[in-house]
Design a protein. Structure first.
Length: 243
């Protein structure tokens, strides 16, 4: 992960846009770390990411334990509006991909109302990461036609990171941001944890209470494996832990 403050992350995204070569921006959390430990596709996506900043208080705390402290939690949901505001100031455009039908459109209306950014398209395709060439063309063509500066990809992990990694070159010079459930939050379809709960590292519990059937396996069975990964990482050389 990149050692940046929130303001530094915004500046880094601006630099990617200014350079005009495209880029990929991810916001890993504990779940991403656990999945990447077993899924080489997600590892490859992260290894080639232009920018990766921690979307999880537990990652910030773990970084301090490892002696390579990350300054603060930087969630994808918190980045969306400031990125859009900066884009509007520079007359850059945005495209929204993913979320259930209707959610991206509502989120887009709210983002534009709050920031003035021009959103040049929204789509919520049924998308398989390992789909065939026709499926890939069906999703990419509408984005290529409008050539947005920024694409917000809200497909959830690991699908969004793998999809971004595989298709970023076809969408250059767009910068692609994986934003998970951000569009659901912005559209008001899913409640977001209050900031004090997030800072206390309890956002996972808040979401589990709201969506127990969907999230119980993730939070209660899969994510505890993070502790074993952390212990293993503690034995690695310090210089390999954070770039």
């Amino acid at each position: 992960m990149d050692v940046l403050s929130f303001a530094g992350a915004l500046d880094a995204i601006d630099r990617l846009l200014d350079e005009g070569g495209g880029g990929t921006v991810f916001t890993p959390n504990v779940d991403h770390v656990v999945i990447s430990d077993r899924d080489p596709r997600l590892r490859d996506a992260y290894q080639s990411a232009s920018l990766a900043v921690p979307d999880g208080q537990w990652l910030v705390w773990a970084s301090r334990l490892l002696g390579t402290p990350l300054p603060e939690k930087i969630s994808g949901s918190d980045l969306v509006v400031p990125v859009a505001r900066r884009a509007a100031a520079r007359r850059r455009t945005m495209y929204l991909l993913g979320a259930p039908p209707g959610v991206a459109e509502e989120a887009g209306r709210r983002i534009t109302a709050a920031t003035g950014v021009r959103i040049v398209g929204c789509s919520s395709p049924a998308l398989a990461v390992d789909g065939n060439a026709d499926d890939r063309e069906r999703v990419l063509r509408p984005i290529q036609d409008v050539r947005p500066d920024i694409v917000l990809v809200a497909l959830g992990a690991p699908k969004q990171e793998i999809w971004i990694h595989r298709n970023a070159s076809a969408l250059r010079p767009s910068v692609l941001l994986g934003v998970g459930a951000s569009l659901d939050f912005i559209a008001g379809r899913v409640r977001r944890a209050p900031r004090w709960i997030s800072r206390a590292g309890l956002e996972w519990l808040f979401r589990l209470v709201l969506e127990p059937r969907r999230l119980a396996r993730r939070y209660l069975l899969n994510d505890p494996k993070f502790l074993a990964i952390l212990l293993r990482t503690l034995r690695e050389p310090r210089e390999s832990r954070v770039r």
